[in-house]
Design a protein around this ligand. Sequence first.
Ligand SMILES: [Zn+2]
Length: 348
Amino acid sequence: MLAPYVRVGVQDGRLFLGFGSIQRVFDDPSLWGPLIRLVDYYSVPRTYDEATGFLERECGLSPERAEELLGVLRGGCYLIPAGSYRPEDRYSRPTLFHGLWGADPQEVQERLAGSHVVFLGCGGIGNLMSVALATAGVGRVTLVDADHIEKSNLTRQYLFTETDVGAAKCEILARELRARNSDTEVCTIRRRITNRADLDVLPQADLLVLSADSTGITELVNTHCVTTETAWLNVCYVNDIAVWGPLVIPGQTGCWSCHQLTARDSSGSAELDALISRINRRYQAPSHGSTNMLSSALASLDALKYLGGFGAVQSLGRRVGVWTHQLRLDEQPSTPNPDCPTCGPLRA
Ligand SMILES: [Zn+2]
């Protein structure tokens, strides 16, 4: 039957079927009548033979023309199995979203329920991504952070309130996630990640999200994940640019170290390096709710696509940056490099 996300409209003398990325445009007005009648006919469950008969009998189409029109509807994710959309179900709306890509909604939801995601960092990005994934039905979430909530966090770490100031970030975030989806198992690890041993105590996961920005942690996490064959996703912002990716899937994609993705502190001169180091020690990220939301939103969608098996993961094989002061997109490829010091030996 017809998917509830299908609408029909006319603009500038053209008929639009579907809207969004699934839309198809029909310039030939002779098709409009049969198409609109067919779409309406599918508002209740119909078999293929019933629909063919309807087009031939009620719309006067030849069998070939009827088959052609039905092919449009059946090939464009406009139809869903009868009974698969139940408005009262908790996940009914995202189920429709998954259907836009032709995925089986029940299988997606089962894959999400069977997934475990570890978040390194419960700040702005950790807040937003963990609540997006837990409320979407991810079955298990582990929150890792050693920090306590400060007043200056409240501009972007939206699940914390003024009364939470001074409390452990991971514990308060866990409380908020449990309140929003009691089906998600939430665990906490109050630990600062500074070396390999800190990562070795983490539980096995289907995805590790790096949402912390301490010096050297990206390389540390990459080496850990490549060694333990754990998929991981980097999410951050570079001042005013919202950044996510690459999604690293050891054995399938390039890793963080396959190409130099960020600038280094080393100029080749010891004197200049000392100055660079002194300048960079003063650095404080201009953290803003808007950049946090943007990178978290896009990264959450990729995480759900990867775990749920629907749509196309946009950070696969690339690191993407969305500028927030103008409409501009940057991307850096992260294709596999056979000479990579981290994942190269595993490929050999
Ligand atoms: Zn690599």
